[in-house]
Design a protein around this ligand. Structure first.
Ligand code: SAH
Ligand code: SF4
Length: 397
């Protein structure tokens, strides 16, 4: 802990010129990048590591956004920091609360783009569903986000900023000098399951999650972060090596023919290649199983044969897995229907009887369009028609 560091009175000579393009936003910089930026803007090199640690803690442990609050730095130094740096997170445009307690935030990022963030309270945890891109380059035919063209990748600051925004709203920052380690947290888990494909924005997602896990900050355990991918095979091993979080796979189909349509990235890396990369995922154990996400689409992927194939594919590769069945969440113009409850139950039973956990994900926040796959920024409504989607997916449905 560096909180007890003495108040420093030495005045540094900081070049008065503003960085090009305005102030440098500290949020999202790695520890190294922040240290370097401090040095570049006048903090003496021998002090930079300590100053970085102090500033880091104010921002990520205690949620401060104003240098003036950083009372273990001298007034003069705080003023100098304020000339060059800013501490900014995305702005909340709207906040909706579902009848089930789910909160959906629309946040605005630089350039006027908007993304959605969803907070899901449960009895023993609170999960924040974070977005990694505005839109998505992929076009999974059952996903609302997939109908929105990619506008851009989010920066690391915009990704970690979503957690900071939620902690603001939940009023969950500890008082300066305190930590909330060990306490039951309102925001205890993070899933990268909002808008976008996180593995197509790897570096920014990684840097943001490193900040989320940093022990002198938000300090989430890596086991409480789950990254969901449609199957960007070359980046899967990197996720284990460079982030170390848990992984969920948008599997959704057991034959390449069907998966090519539902999750078109399958044409690039098919089921066999995907399974091979999962079998090789480091840290695999029963406590760190891979989640197979499986959306239940009426008459498309929900037969008994599909359930048996799914089990066989996972077993033959020895992948410690849990299978998460997701009842399809409908959205305007969606070309699919949700499987019936009976069908979902029958499918779940087959999986359960084969020895796998098979929780059925209860849709949350449906009344405010906050459920999986319903996210799409209201301002980017260049919505494709059902016809267009079907034509692109090659479905005669
Ligand atoms: N791009 C990543 C993460 C975002 S999607 C991915 O594809 O994994 C998060 C999860 O919601 C994925 O499993 C996705 O397949 C699922 N999903 C998308 N649209 C859905 C819908 N309409 N109903 C239910 N689940 C959906
Ligand atoms: Fe993109 Fe994931 Fe939606 Fe597919 S399911 S379009 S990868 S956000």
């Amino acid at each position: 802990m560096t909180t007890s560091a003495p108040i420093t009175q030495d005045v540094h000579t900081i070049p008065r010129k503003l960085p090009e393009g305005g102030k440098i936003n500290i949020v999202g910089l790695t520890r190294d990048a922040l240290r370097t930026a401090l040095i570049e803007h006048g903090t003496p090199e021998k002090q930079a590591k300590m100053r970085m640690g102090q500033i880091w803690q104010w921002i990520y442990q205690w949620g401060k956004r104003d240098f003036a609050d950083m009372t273990n730095l001298s007034k003069a130094y705080r003023a100098q920091l304020d000339e060059v740096f800013s501490i900014e997170i995305p702005e909340v445009v709207s906040r909706q609360v579902s009848t089930d307690g789910t909160r959906k935030y629309l946040v605005r990022i630089a350039g006027g783009h908007e993304v959605e963030v969803v907070y899901i309270p449960e009895e023993d945890r609170g999960t924040l569903c974070v977005s990694s891109q505005v839109g998505c380059t992929l076009t999974c035919s059952f996903c609302h986000t997939g109908t929105q063209k990619l506008v851009r990748n989010l920066t690391a600051g915009e990704i970690i900023g979503q957690l900071m925004m939620a902690r603001d709203d939940l009023e969950e920052w500890p008082e300066p000098g305190e930590t909330n380690k060990g306490e039951a947290r309102l925001l205890s888990n993070v899933v990268l399951m909002g808008m976008g494909e996180p593995l197509y924005n790897f570096e920014n997602v990684r840097d943001a999650m490193k900040i989320a896990m940093d022990p002198e900050g938000i300090s989430l355990s890596r086991r409480r972060i789950t990254l969901s991918t449609s199957g960007v095979v070359p980046e899967i091993a990197r996720t284990a090596d460079e982030i170390g979080c848990l992984i969920a796979i948008s599997y959704h189909a057991t034959t390449d023919d069907v998966r090519d349509v539902l999750v078109p990235i399958n044409k690039r890396w098919n089921i066999a290649e995907l399974l091979k990369s999962l079998a090789a995922y480091p840290n695999l154990s029963n406590s760190e199983r891979i989640t197979f996400e499986y959306v239940m689409l009426d008459g498309v992927n929900d037969s008994d044969e599909d359930a048996h194939r799914l089990i066989q594919q996972i077993k033959s590769h020895n992948i410690p897995a849990k299978i998460n069945l997701i009842p399809f969440n409908e959205w305007p113009g969606a070309p699919y229907k949700r499987s019936s409850n009976n069908r979902i139950r029958a499918f779940a039973n087959i999986i359960h009887d084969a020895g796998f956990a098979s929780p059925v994900r209860r849709p949350r926040g449906e009344d405010i369009m906050a459920a999986c796959g319903q996210l799409k920024s209201a301002t980017e409504r260049a919505r494709k028609s059902r016809k267009q989607i079907e034509a692109e997916a090659g479905m005669g449905k």
